[in-house]
Design a protein around this ligand. Sequence first.
Ligand SMILES: N[C@@H](CCSC[C@H]1O[C@@H](n2cnc3c(=O)[nH]cnc32)[C@H](O)[C@@H]1O)C(=O)O
Ligand SMILES: [Zn+2]
Length: 426
Amino acid sequence: MKTLIKNVRALLPDGTTPLTNIMIDRDKIAAIGEVPDGFRAAKVIDGTGKFAVPGFINAHTHASMTLFRSYADDMNLMDWLNNMIWPAEAKMQEEDIYWGAMLAAVEMIEGGTTTFADMYGPYMEKVAKAANDAGLRAVLSRGIIGVAPDGDAKIEENVSLYKDFNGAADGRITVMFGPHAPYTCPPDFLKKVASTAQSLGAEIHIHMAETKAEVEQIVKEYGKRPFRYVEETGLFDGKGTLAAHCVHLDDEDIAIIKKHAIRVAHNPGSNMKLASGIAPVPRLLKEGVCVALGTDGASSNNNLDMLEEINLAAMLHKVSTLDPLAVPARTALKMGTEYGAKAVGLTGVGKLEVGCKADITLFDMAGAAWYPRNDLASQLVYSAHADSASTVLVDGRVLMEDGELLTLDKERIFYEAQKCAERLTK
Ligand SMILES: N[C@@H](CCSC[C@H]1O[C@@H](n2cnc3c(=O)[nH]cnc32)[C@H](O)[C@@H]1O)C(=O)O
Ligand SMILES: [Zn+2]
């Protein structure tokens, strides 16, 4: 099917925002510019007054944790995990994982997100079902707590997830392996995850160097910092690694990140809310590291609003370095789109460019925040909000048009998610 988005301002990879037309053929962007004579669109979207950007890519989340939104706020990470979250998660059934992920899908599409990288479990097949039902693109991993008694079984769950879902939903779903973190995965366990993932050619999604306490615990236990500890298990020797957080880094850690071309998912909202710290993003970008953006779970943010995360990335590093030129608007947008695609292991995604997937978000420029029309990329980052998102396409399919969700029954999802949350958190 051919779709034409006509007369739209579009954020192109070179940072320009011309008034143009976007021609879509099935799942890909076929042309940008003048409408070719022979192009007959089955669907025409009027882009007048709209700003088209690549769909946002949430490079690190735990989608079904929407059920725990504001269930446990204002706590430190280990207290939060040990005393509130893990006990509640232990009760989760298939319907919880599914409806939590569906609630995440509503929030992500309404905020202009088209891809999410998820680390969770059990029942990751239900997150795959939710992504498929919603029409989203998803990079899934089974979060594996190695110190738990059933750690080996969770590796097998990740193997099944990979074999059953890598490439599923017309290629919209891919699968990584998700060893949770250095402090929950002992050396031999990480070696087992490494060899299993490498035998399948699968990539890794792991929390790394999130808090000072983590670094201190690993140094105390193994006599080395988290990145060196994990490197020595061989986990970084496979196809590639997506490392979430990377807050507390020294020069040696950054050298390891560069040596293994590890991609970083920066979660400013979560890092601020859990008081984890401020990742050295300007330094990492300067050193050529791929730095993307993630919301983390909706229980440590507490929303899945990628435009907010892009704004936080652009603001936090200016004040933390006292440099008003740190992480400019267009860089923050690339972190939430183009760099996000690379971070989660996807090619041909994350840019408004011919041949790329037609994963596109249109922002409605009707509100005051969009006037006067000055620099639209800057206005998106520094003044607009997610509720300006009006139309979202993934793989060329319209998932939301003029604010109306076309693949999801919002009211049913709210009802079911509320029911699940009440049972889990009573
Ligand atoms: N509890 C389940 C799922 C583990 S996967 C991912 C885990 O990461 C946890 N998590 C969420 N956000 C963070 C974070 O910022 N740092 C560390 N862990 C987190 C989340 O609560 C979940 O327990 C099981 O054991 O099978
Ligand atoms: Zn996380």
